[in-house]
Design a protein around this ligand. Structure first.
Ligand SMILES: Nc1ncnc2c1ncn2[C@@H]1O[C@H](COP(=O)(O)OP(=O)(O)O)[C@@H](O)[C@H]1O
Ligand SMILES: [Mg+2]
Length: 231
């Protein structure tokens, strides 16, 4: 079933640095279907994070069209983009981006501030997510009392708590040792098995190949897979 949840049409993202134009993305057209598990692979500086930030409505394109879960995001204002980000997107970063003064449970509760839940419902929902990622006995721990893998599990629980249509992960295993990275990958696989659409940026070839589809990017453009055979 081809049921697009993300569509990029001829997307460009240029940065002006001094009087030099950096073409971070230079005409990307890409469709990602509901329920898919897509790896975005490519060397450092190729534009992977730029694509993720655009899909995640953290950034806006220089030109082109971006549709997220049926909604064209180009003409949305900042508060409309914030709403999409909060409701439709779960974002997981390499450096976890947890709030250091909040415990695991409180971190997972933060995205629910806009939602119409009672504080009891927020707590129950956050607990449910922490149990799902295997942290039942770490709910009251602060980030600095958790291992890297556990921090990333908290971040994944936080990304899932509003039941987003799309889970975006930008090098989520990049700061983890390979065994822990493998366990985090297994968690993403089980979330995809449950039906979650996942876009997974990595420059780890073995992890990328565990995704169901691979998109290769080079110098801001979608590249032919052959280019990457030699890596
Ligand atoms: N804020 C910025 N200002 C100027 N150039 C940027 C900015 N962000 C990214 N770039 C440039 O855009 C290109 C793509 O960056 P990025 O998407 O972060 O690559 P990747 O995630 O694949 O390593 C790089 O050449 C990078 O230096
Ligand atoms: Mg990056």
């Amino acid at each position: 079933m081809s049921d697009a949840v993300i569509k990029l049409i001829n997307v460009r993202r240029f940065y002006l640095v001094g009087d030099f134009v950096v073409k971070a993305l230079d005409g990307v057209t890409l469709t990602i279907n509901k329920g898919s598990f897509t790896a975005i692979m490519g060397p450092s500086g190729s534009g992977k994070s730029t694509i993720m930030n655009l899909i995640g409505c953290l950034d806006t394109a220089t030109s082109g069209y971006i549709e997220i879960d049926g909604e064209l995001t180009n003409d949305l204002n900042e508060s409309e983009l914030a709403f999409i980000r909060n409701q439709k997107i779960g974002f997981v970063f390499q450096q976890f981006n947890l709030l250091g003064r909040l415990n695991a449970l409180e971190n997972v509760m933060t995205p629910m501030v806009y939602a119409n839940y009672s504080s009891r419902e927020r707590r129950d929902r956050a607990e449910e997510m922490l149990i799902k990622v295997g942290l039942k006995d770490r709910m009251k721990h602060l980030p600095n009392e958790l291992s890297g893998g556990q921090k990333q599990r908290v971040a994944i629980a936080r990304a899932l708590v509003n039941n987003p249509a799309i889970l975006l992960a930008d090098e989520p295993t990049g700061a983890l040792d390979s065994k822990t990275g493998d366990q985090i990958m297994t968690l993403f696989e089980s979330l995809n098995d449950e039906g979650k659409t996942i876009v997974f940026v990595t420059h780890d070839r073995a992890l990328g190949m565990r995704c169901k589809e691979q998109v290769y990017i080079h110098d801001g453009r979608i590249a032919d897979q052959d280019v990457f055979r030699k890596f």
